[in-house]
Design a protein around this ligand. Sequence first.
Ligand SMILES: Cc1cc2nc3c(=O)[nH]c(=O)nc-3n(C[C@H](O)[C@H](O)[C@H](O)COP(=O)(O)O)c2cc1C
Length: 353
Amino acid sequence: MTERLFQPVTLGELRLANRIVMAPMTRNRAAPNGDPTDIMVKYYAERADAGLIVAEGSWPSAAGQAYCRQPGIATDAQVALWRRVTDAVHARGGLIVLQIMHGGRIGSRHIKPAGVGTVAPSTLRAAGEIYTDSAGMQPHDLPRARSTAEVRAVVEEHRQAALRARAAGFDGVELHGTSGYLPMQFLSTGTNLRSDEYGGAAPARARFAFECLAAMAQAIGPGRVGLRLNPGNSYNDIQDADSAASHAELMRQAAPLGLAYLHVMRAPTPGIDAFAMARDCFGERLILNDGFDSASAEQAIAAGQGAAVSFARHFIGNPDYVTRARQGLALARFDRKLLYTPGPAGYSDYPSL
Ligand SMILES: Cc1cc2nc3c(=O)[nH]c(=O)nc-3n(C[C@H](O)[C@H](O)[C@H](O)COP(=O)(O)O)c2cc1C
């Protein structure tokens, strides 16, 4: 019934023992300064029998921090502390990449270190509020638009983050290109009003994400770099006059880089077939996501829709999700109230069977 899901597959330089990927999940268990913690070591090690873990969105520079207690990959200390996570996962035979996430205009000065500003393609504040430990709910900051030279410096930060991730023992990196964070802010017409080479028509709006990918691929090898996209996603106040066309352009630019994979989420918008778009550009090198269970994942792989399927919520309450899926065992629920709270409760204390 689920035989394909448990077959190995190779994506670039990544050799997955099975096709169950743990999707990235921000869980806010790092220290306030972004240093990975002991409970993160336990949490990831317990999930190491996934064919691949995509560790949570982590900032390449302090300006990129979106959320409280979100980890960074920006300092030597963070490299050393992440190394404990990757060593623990590797000791259990696992494979782990780090998602690189620059929040751009999503964020608050109450979260970042003093003096670190919020930056974006254009001076447009995101609607909505963000939770801060020090001041409760706050509006997103009004971001400062980056100059052209500063945009190039952010690309360089992504290159450095990839190098640091490898130094921390990660098997690769994934660029977070969804959910209204910086790459999507550049890509989408509603958040990018620039008139330099990073704004205007779709090829120019896709340039920032493309340059980040190219820099990361040049630094650590394209076979260790993935990209995550979700055409049509409007999360975090994203508007795009033609999200499908923007994403098709980025996929078209990224495909020749020879990346390990495209991690593609189903489009929430009717009329966009994200999996078909992805297959056109990336062929078989796809990790599919959103709302799968083991039976539908098996079907999707059998139908040739992708090489692997990622699961997020199933892994929260089930550290042994792979075993449970293989044996058809019941899944544990999780406590929503404890998704983003500090400490082990509702995070690293869900038992394996
Ligand atoms: C608590 C939580 C945190 C998440 N954080 C991230 C993240 O850091 N990066 C990301 O790309 N997606 C993030 N997501 C989205 C998931 O990776 C995934 O796409 C989504 O939950 C749908 O997959 P599922 O149906 O298997 O849960 C998060 C989802 C949840 C539930």
